[in-house]
Structure formats: structure tokens, C-alpha cells
Design a binder for this molecule. Structure first.
Ligand code: HEC
Length: 126
């Protein structure tokens, strides 16, 4: 009897953890590209910021079709909204800014940290 309960629990745990890992890859697509959402050390425009923008923003903010006149596939375009406060305001859903990504779930906390850290460092082209 005890043994049976034990094996049932074991099976349930295995099933649950299986689901958890499946979901993590869906919820954090950058895990597949970067193998991590690293927030330690210097945040790089080319290695971190562009990955987030590519996955969540460029469908609406490419040079070819820049929603709200915001272009996020060039450094100059990203730097402009970083300097104006619109980038952090929009992704953090601060009052007075449109909530981005529009009609999609908010970015993951580690992605928000990457963007905030990069902007606070002066939004370098690194
Ligand atoms: C589904 C389309 C869509 C996606 C995806 C999207 N945006 Fe937008 N964005 C818009 C539209 C439309 C506007 C202009 C109208 C508005 O402000 O709502 C806009 C406006 C903005 C603005 C100006 C906001 C303001 O209040 O001044 C910023 C900054 C911005 N987007 C950044 C982003 C970032 C960063 C992402 C990805 C994390 C993103 N957007 C994803 C459609 C989108």
C-alpha cells in the first residue's frame, strides 16, 4: 500500500516536472537562442537587447513598417527611445506610456532587467 502511493507520487512528480521543462522553453524563447537570460555583468546591445527586440518587437517596429514611428531594428532607433524614456516606460508598463509589446504578454522579469540595466548604463552600442 505504502509502496503503491510512493510510486504514484514518483510518477506524478516525473509528469509534472516534464511539463515544467516543456513550458519553460515556450515561455522563455531566448533560452533556446542564448541558452540563458543573463542579467549579470554588462548588458550588451548586440548580444542581449537585440535578441529581446527581435523576438517580441520587430513584427511591429521594423524600419519597413515602424508602428508609432518607433524603429527598433537599428541602433539609432532603439537609442532614441531609450534616451527619451519611452523604451523602459513602455516595456515596464509605466503610467503615461503605451504598454509594450502591444496585445502581447509583458516581457519576462529578466528581460525587463536586461533592458533597464542597458538603458541605465547609457544605452551603449556594445
Ligand atoms: C503588435 C504590434 C506591436 C508590438 C509587438 C510591439 N509594439 Fe510597440 N507600438 C505599437 C504601436 C501600434 C505603437 C503606437 C501606438 C501606441 O503607442 O500604442 C507602439 C508604440 C511603441 C512605443 C512608443 C510608446 C509611447 O508611449 O511613447 C515604444 C517605445 C514601443 N512601441 C516599443 C515597443 C517594444 C520595446 C516592443 C517589444 C517589447 C514593442 N513595442 C512591441 C505596436 C507594437
Amino acid at each position: 500500500m505504502l509502496m503503491k502511493t510512493f510510486f504514484t507520487l514518483l510518477a506524478a512528480t516525473a509528469l509534472l516536472s516534464g511539463c515544467y521543462y516543456d513550458k519553460a522553453e515556450e515561455v522563455y524563447p531566448q533560452l533556446l537562442l542564448n541558452n540563458s537570460c543573463d542579467t549579470a555583468g554588462t548588458i550588451s546591445y548586440s548580444r542581449h537587447v537585440t535578441v529581446v527586440l527581435q523576438n517580441h518587437c520587430l513584427s511591429c517596429h521594423s524600419t519597413a513598417s515602424p508602428s508609432g514611428n518607433v524603429t527598433l531594428d537599428t541602433y539609432a532607433g532603439v537609442q532614441a527611445v531609450a534616451a527619451s524614456g519611452q523604451l523602459v516606460g513602455a516595456v515596464e508598463h509605466q503610467a503615461g506610456f503605451s504598454q509594450m509589446p502591444s496585445n502581447n504578454p509583458q516581457l519576462q522579469p529578466c528581460q525587463l532587467t536586461q533592458i533597464r540595466k542597458w538603458v541605465q548604463a547609457g544605452a551603449p552600442n556594445n
